[in-house]
Design a protein around this ligand. Structure first.
Ligand SMILES: [Zn+2]
Length: 592
């Protein structure tokens, strides 16, 4: 069969026209896709699977009003009416009756942390605790069964979600005495939900050599009480001191045990992703060593979903030496591609780490943290261009976003390239000064945002930024689209649950977790939101020729939803169930 792929020279287009043309060229411009006939094919190919009787949300303007899809091998062979698609079936074909349900392109998680997500399911989950007492209780249970000296890990606590905080708390976070009392001999390290802080008991602080006299590392804070004693809270780079000690301890375990643990992380993360309709996942950061491990799993056909992995945590020297060997373009029915680098300029807003143009309203002596220097990121930018890599930089505060736009612009100019063809991204892009919003479209920089963050953070953003600045800079999605920017959506899992429906609901409703409307004028339409989870994320990974829409010739990555996301009443969106997830034509998840 002939699956023609449309190529377009995108490097010469600009601004709004650029993405619109890109989408139209990929998605056609109005005329209905002619369904290929199975009988006209000399091979007389039959479908392995056909889907009938559904509503196809194709995300392709050429494919309108379709109810059925034929899959041959790992590709979509045809999209059309039930009658047209039945022609593709023979006695061997698996027939899946949709019964009016929605068939959409497989959802693409645009920014998550794949291995941490798997690991989050291996360690103590603190994401649902109501107060500090519950955290201590869960750690106590783990201490009971732990061997002497064994490290105990947990993650997901967030003090803003608690119903009460101890009276002696510093910066809203308890002192570590209770934790040290129940676990005097086992080091305990509990990661904050944001990933931008961690909490350690005394045994863990001692293992890292942290005393009351230890000076703060660059870009981090060892939080202390009024007497100068370390409270156990470690902000930003300070948590690495304890993480390093823990990693050293863990590395002494037998290699087989460590590999089994990593493999389990991949499988656990994949299983959860599939149950949420995710067929591809943009992993915001893995080291070369982790990529080697994923390569092995791919070769053994063991990767549960498709991974687009950003290189993370390597020095510029190591990048220069290894980027050519690690570049993996998306190939036929591929489960692993590598052609991007992740950097991070600032921290998170909740922990006062986001880098702002003006000081925090509730902590006026700081305007945030710079975690990785601009000079260092600039060298990475040069290396990325030299080796054909995309650069994706975490920027949350309005200063961070401006600095990275400036840096990208300089890199494009110095290399004399049109940045649009490079599709560089800003991860999160949460708070943007209105002056900088149009620059995303002008420079062709993709805003890789997370809808669900607006719902979780909305209730307390005004306390950090003040009401006026919150209104002016927070999650300006509508303005970004208007400026011609491409929006890529996701959850930042495990910072947030991988629940795509929750993130899509936040994206279209702009309701916070407390149900309050949060600048609804910046909300996306249903179609824009679904695009931000499918075709846009495919474009953001250079994979739009094979993913992101239900188009003949693309890979058969599909999801069946219990209700039509595009038409149900808005309040019902969070209740939409994932009924089936299909990767490369194989049903990999089915709801009971
Ligand atoms: Zn992240």
């Amino acid at each position: 069969m002939d699956f023609s792929v449309i190529n377009v020279d995108i490097s010469r287009l600009s601004g709004a026209t650029f993405w619109v043309l890109l989408f139209l060229t990929l998605g056609g411009c109005g005329s209905a896709e002619k369904v290929p006939s199975p009988n006209s094919d000399s091979q007389n190919v039959k479908a392995d699977t056909i889907f009938l009787g559904g509503v196809v949300a194709s995300m392709d303007s050429r494919v309108v009003g379709a109810t059925a899809v034929a899959v041959v091998d790992h590709r979509i062979a045809a999209v059309g009416s039930d009658d047209e698609i039945r022609l593709w079936a023979d006695g061997q074909t698996q027939v899946i009756e949709l019964g009016g349900r929605l068939l959409a392109p497989g959802l693409i998680e645009g920014h998550g942390h794949f291995m941490s997500f798997g690991r989050a399911q291996q360690i103590i989950d603190l994401s649902d605790i109501q107060n500090w007492q519950q955290a201590v209780g869960r750690v106590a249970i783990a201490v009971d069964t732990a061997e002497a000296g064994e490290w105990i890990f947990g993650r997901g606590w967030h003090q803003e979600k608690w119903n009460r905080v101890p009276a002696d708390a510093v910066d809203g976070v308890p002192l570590n005495q209770t934790l040290s009392r129940i676990s005097p001999n086992n080091p305990v390290l509990l990661g904050h939900a944001s990933g931008h802080a961690a909490f350690a008991n005394d045994a863990a602080l001692a293992a890292a050599g942290i005393t009351d006299a230890t000076v703060n590392p660059e870009g981090g804070t060892i939080v202390r009480d009024s007497a100068g004693r370390a409270t156990g809270l470690l902000r930003e780079t300070a948590q690495r001191l304890v993480a390093k000690a823990a990693a050293k301890d863990q590395a002494q375990r037998p290699p087989d045990e460590q590999r089994a643990e990593l493999r389990e992380q991949v499988l656990l993360a994949g299983e959860q992703a599939l149950a949420h309709g995710i067929t591809s996942f943009h992993d915001a950061g893995a080291s070369f060593v982790t990529i080697d491990f994923l390569k092995e799993m791919e070769a053994a056909d063991e990767l549960p979903i498709r991974l687009y992995v950003m290189v993370r945590g390597e020095s510029n020297d190591d990048l220069a030496a290894n980027l050519p060997a690690y570049r993996m373009e998306t190939e036929e029915n591929d489960f692993l591609s590598v052609r991007s680098i992740k950097r991070q300029v600032d921290g998170a807003l909740g922990a006062h780490g986001a880098w702002l143009l003006a000081p925090y309203t509730d902590l006026p002596d700081t305007d945030g943290l710079v975690l990785e220097s601009l000079e260092d990121i600039e060298e990475t930018a040069r290396l990325a261009i030299e080796h054909g890599y995309q650069l994706n930089t975490h920027a949350i505060g309005d200063r961070a976003n401006r600095e990275i736009l400036d840096l990208y612009e300089r890199a494009f100019r110095q290399a004399e390239v049109d940045g649009k063809s490079l599709r560089w991204r800003i991860e999160h892009a949460q708070h943007i000064d209105p002056v900088d919003v149009p620059r995303f479209g002008q420079l062709g920089v993709i805003a890789a945002f997370q809808g669900i963050h607006s719902a979780s953070d909305g209730p307390w953003i005004p306390s950090r930024l003040g009401v006026e600045r919150t209104a002016r800079t927070s999650y300006p999605w509508r303005d970004l689209i208007r400026s011609g920017a491409l929006l890529a959506n996701g959850t930042d899992v495990p910072v947030e649950p991988i629940d795509a429906m929750a993130s899509l609901y936040a994206t279209v409703s702009r309701r916070t977790s407390e149900g309050v409307s949060f600048f609804p004028e910046q909300a996306l339409s249903r179609e824009e939101a679904l695009a931000s989870y499918t075709i846009n994320n495919a474009i953001a990974a250079f994979e739009e020729k094979v993913k992101g829409s239900v188009t003949p010739g693309k890979w058969a990555d599909l999801v069946v939803l219990s209700q039509d996301f595009l038409t149900v009443p808005e309040a019902d969106i969070p209740d939409i169930q994932i009924d089936m997830t299909i990767v490369g034509g194989q049903v990999r998840y089915q709801r009971d």
